[in-house]
Design a protein around this ligand. Structure first.
Ligand code: GCW
Length: 910
């Protein structure tokens, strides 16, 4: 073990203590105020601002308005920020103006560090034990002349205190009785951005980078300052700016000068910047012949580079490192260990900078024929033996589970396997494997479960993941939580409800004991409405969303059954099998699941402390949600729920999809209670999700139904009442194609208008061509839902069906494949009359028709009688061949209005 002496604990507590020189402070203060002016001057309609998230005006606050007159006791940039945020927030939330104080009085708000407050107000009962970055909010309640005191343990704490106070107002709390103090549990509370210098973002689902474009830092950094405001408002203190698959270019001196502008823009809110670095930079940027971390020239290069950075960004937070992983360069090239690489960087950054070295290191060329090979083992196998060898300013950053941000995984055993190392947990705010922001999936309940996971070490109290990350469990100087955010220029996360995840990550990193439902409530009250009914419905949707997504994409520890070698979005059950990436579920005709037991399997369970290993060793003590992660079971083996494995899989997929459909009804019930723009923005997203959940449900169910050969006790698998398959229709112009993977289309087949080879083999239509007329020439008509029918003279492809069901009113769903390389057009005719038309203009992954882009258009309330002719017409465009899977007729029954009682208001969450 190396000697842990050089680094003072204080420096590690909050690594960025280097004072900014006064001359630079002035410039930065000027920049900060000009940023405020810029931000204020640009109207929200054309700018990306924090009020598109939760820092928005509240129209529903019940409390009487008061007028706060903020006064800072000190002069630092961050104290000025605190004053401005309080002034603006007061106006934003309370319409605060000089005449609106109760009794006509103005209330002074005194802001400062605890030392400043103690000196200025010796009589206030300031807490003695305020931890770094903590705050104290105190209503100094003399009736005749009340005042508000917000004190920070330091400048950052003051900002957090101001935002906490504003949160209390926005969530409708009484602020006139406050005596509240709070400090963060974790020192490291960072977001990572996977932005590339060219402006793209790896696994970003919200447009281009707010930081970079064309290889440079963008000129307009107003959105960056707004991002810093959002981050600080939930206590986040660091932002790693660039992709962990790091472009070496950002370490060049001229780019570092540009990075300094970003640091200047974020500094007023106490957000410190960090950079991802490629371990071969000494060679690629520095021109050395080696990047061996033990080489003295390499060490000197890193030291000089760190000095260059600190000269430009004195409060630089540090480096994030992905090495020897997924093709990234690493110390293995020289036979060196991750500890040797990390320590070289750590020495260069000491005493103020940190190295967040990722344990996401694994062999992606695993031998899938070897039943003992297991990717889940990799991080522990590589890093546990190195425990104690890392320099004090190295933090090992570990993904929450041993695989890769799947919808469900066990907690990474490595957290318990590094008792002599500071650690951070990496979670994903950007929804790579959880619906890519097109699906509502609120992840706080998942993160909280991980934070609460107890490794059952010597002391129960300090054996949780959160106790490890805070440093308490193993008496480590630092640690924390990092959220891969990947915000972009499209309203931060692209989808309004997805922002609850960014909010929640910050709140949990501050206080991992917070209840995810209470966080959801806080977020909803600030973002959508303080109306109790709205809060109750939105929170229920949020809380139900992760279990629903798990149910329709990867229940019982199967992990997301997605296209693992491609988009990471739609279903593709087999894509994870028989390749070196190692996310196998091992399904065959007999059963399903990875055997990771000691007795028969890969022995991954042995990486946990004995009590936990013992739990996972046997199916009987393994929780259902992880059953197939740890055990290979025959299809008829009962789970803890009493049902067989196969029946459990069928049921969970139907339950999940039904829940997704409920979200649409829930949201519809809010129509008259929330901002119409937000309502209209979110509704089609939820409708899309409900449709895509059916794609998922059907893909997974029909795949396992075929593989196992076992019936669904409920009779649903393989039977779709009301569904009319396109391949069985009377086709004009359309050709039958196989969809790959087969499970992504109903019964494996679809029809395509002029199929191309990449779409699959053309086949003769199986349906009898009863309707033999030549294709109709459609007039150029535009329907009320906006899509255009065929331009004059165009001959569309058509699929014709004859209705033979009961007369009644139906919703008609048309399931088709919407490829992004072209905008195909569809129309629907009933007995020759056009009743709907739409364009396939969504932006969905994949260039061939499959479960990534299978989507639906629903035509509600159509009266049908036997003998009616139904026709779908499709006009291809570019590579989008207007491919069609089926139509489905569902009797339209009015949905019961949601009727739950409003919730009881909750207590304050510091
Ligand atoms: O999940 C995988 C992602 C990669 C990512 C990698 C990582 C940045 O698909 O896009 O690369 O994880 O976390 O390093």
């Amino acid at each position: 073990m190396i000697e842990r002496k050089a680094m003072a604990t204080a420096a590690l507590r909050f690594p960025m203590q280097t004072p900014v020189p006064p001359t630079r402070q002035k410039g930065i203060a000027a920049l900060a105020s000009s940023l405020f002016l810029i931000v204020a001057a640009i109207s929200p309609a054309c700018a990306q601002t924090a009020d598109q998230a939760w820092l928005r005006p509240s129209t529903m606050v019940q409390r009487p308005t008061i007028s706060l007159e903020p006064r800072a006791l000190g002069y630092g940039i961050m104290e000025q920020t605190a004053v401005r945020e309080l002034t603006d927030g007061n106006a934003r939330l309370l319409g605060g103006s000089s005449d609106s104080a109760p009794g006509g009085e103005k209330v002074e708000a005194i802001l400062g560090t605890v030392d400043e407050v103690r000196r200025a107000l010796p009589d206030v009962p300031i807490p003695r034990d305020l931890a770094p970055e903590g705050y104290w909010i105190y209503w100094n309640g003399a009736e005749d002349k009340p005042s508000l005191v917000i004190a920070g343990a330091d400048h950052a704490g003051l900002i957090y205190g101001v935002f906490a106070f504003l949160r209390l107002i926005a969530t409708d709390h009484d602020i006139t009785q406050l005596d509240l103090h709070s400090a963060p549990a974790f020192h490291i509370r960072w977001v990572d951005q996977w932005d590339n210098p060219d402006g793209t973002i790896e696994r970003g689902y919200a447009g281009r980078s707010i930081f970079f474009e064309g290889g440079d830092v963008r000129q307009d950094l107003a959105p960056v300052a707004e991002y810093a405001r959002l981050l600080a408002s939930v206590g986040i203190n660091g932002c790693n700016l660039n992709n962990v698959n790091a472009s070496p270019d950002l370490l060049k001196h001229d780019r570092l000068q540009q990075i300094a502008r970003i640091a200047d823009a974020m500094r007023p809110w106490g957000v410190h910047v960090a950079l991802s670095v490629a371990i071969d930079s000494p060679k690629t940027v520095g021109g050395l012949t080696t990047f061996d971390p033990k080489d003295s020239a390499v060490k000197a290069w890193w030291a000089a580079k760190a000095k260059d950075i600190f000269d430009l960004v004195p409060d630089f937070a540090g480096f994030t490192v992905k090495a020897d992983s997924e093709g990234q360069p690493g110390p293995a090239s020289y036979g060196r260990s991750p500890a040797e690489a990390a320590n070289t960087l750590a020495a260069a950054l000491a005493p103020h900078g940190l190295v967040l070295y990722r344990s996401f290191v694994y062999n992606h060329h695993l031998d899938w024929t070897n039943p003992k090979a297991d990717r889940a083992r990799a991080a522990y196998d590589i890093f546990h033996p190195l425990d104690g060898q890392f320099a004090p300013n190295v933090i090992i950053q570990t993904k929450e589970g041993p695989i890769d941000f799947q919808v469900r995984e066990p907690v990474s055993p490595l957290f318990a396997g590094l008792p002599h190392t500071s650690q951070a947990m990496e979670v994903q705010i950007t929804q790579e494997y959880t619906g890519q922001q097109r699906h509502l999936v609120y992840l706080a309940p998942k993160w909280r479960e991980v934070l609460d996971f107890n490794f059952q070490l010597n002391s129960w109290d300090t054996s949780t993941v959160q106790a490890i990350l805070s440093g308490e469990a193993f008496k480590q100087p630092t640690g924390g939580m990092v959220g891969v955010a990947n915000v972009g220029r499209d309203a931060w996360l692209g989808s309004p409800l997805a922002l609850a995840n960014l909010y929640a990550m910050g709140r949990l990193a501050w206080n991992p004991g917070l209840d995810p439902e209470a966080i959801a409530e806080e977020w909803t009250r600030q973002t959508i409405s303080n109306d109790d009914r709205v809060v109750q419905i939105v929170d229920t949707m949020l809380m139900d969303s992760w279990p629903a997504y798990e149910n329709y994409t990867g229940p019982f520890g199967l992990q997301t059954l997605t296209d693992i070698t491609g988009s990471h979005y739609g279903p593709n059950v087999e894509s994870s099998e028989r390749n070196g990436w190692g996310q196998w579920h091992n399904a065959d005709q007999q059963g399903v699941g990875m055997d990771r037991t000691h007795a028969y399997g890969t022995r991954f369970v042995d990486q946990y402390p004995p009590q936990v290993a013992h739990l996972y060793e046997l199916p009987v003590s393994t929780p259902d949600e992880l059953m197939l992660f740890f055990h290979h079971l025959t299809w008829n083996h009962p789970l803890g729920n009493g049902k067989s494995a196969i029946q459990s899989i069928y049921d969970s997929h139907y339950e999940g999809a039904a829940k997704a459909a409920e979200f649409v009804q829930d949201w519809t019930s809010l129509k008259d209670r929330i901002d119409p723009k937000l309502y209209a923005d979110v509704l089609p997203r939820l409708e899309y999700q409900a449709g895509h959940a059916i794609v998922w449900r059907d893909a997974v169910v029909q795949y396992f139904h075929k593989l196992s050969g076992l019936p669904d006790e409920e009779g649903r698998a393989g039977s779709y009442p009301g569904r009319l398959e396109a391949e069985s229709a009377r086709l004009t112009g359309y050709k039958v194609i196989d969809i790959t993977p087969w499970e992504d289309a109903s019964m494996g087949k679809a029809v395509s208008c002029g199929a191309t080879a990449s779409e699959g083999a053309e086949q003769p239509a199986s349906g009898q061509a009863l309707y033999q007329g030549t294709a109709s020439v459609v007039p150029n008509t535009t329907q009320k839902d906006g899509g255009a029918l065929a331009p004059e003279g165009t001959v569309p492809c058509a699929a014709d069906f004859t209705f033979t069901g009961k007369p009644g009113v139906y919703d008609i769903a048309v399931q088709y494949f919407d490829l992004s390389d072209g905008v195909a057009k569809f129309s629907f005719r009933l007995n020759g009359q056009p009743i709907a038309a739409w364009s396939a203009d969504a932006s969905l992954p994949s260039h061939i028709p499959n479960g990534d882009n299978s989507t639906r258009h629903t035509i509600p309330n159509i009266a049908l009688k036997p003998g009616d002719f139904l026709r779908v017409e499709g006009i291809p465009d570019g590579h989008d061949r207007a491919a069609l899977d089926y139509i489905e007729l569902t009797p339209n029954e009015p949905s019961p209005a949601a009727s739950a009682e409003p919730p009881t208001p909750r207590d304050t969450n510091p």
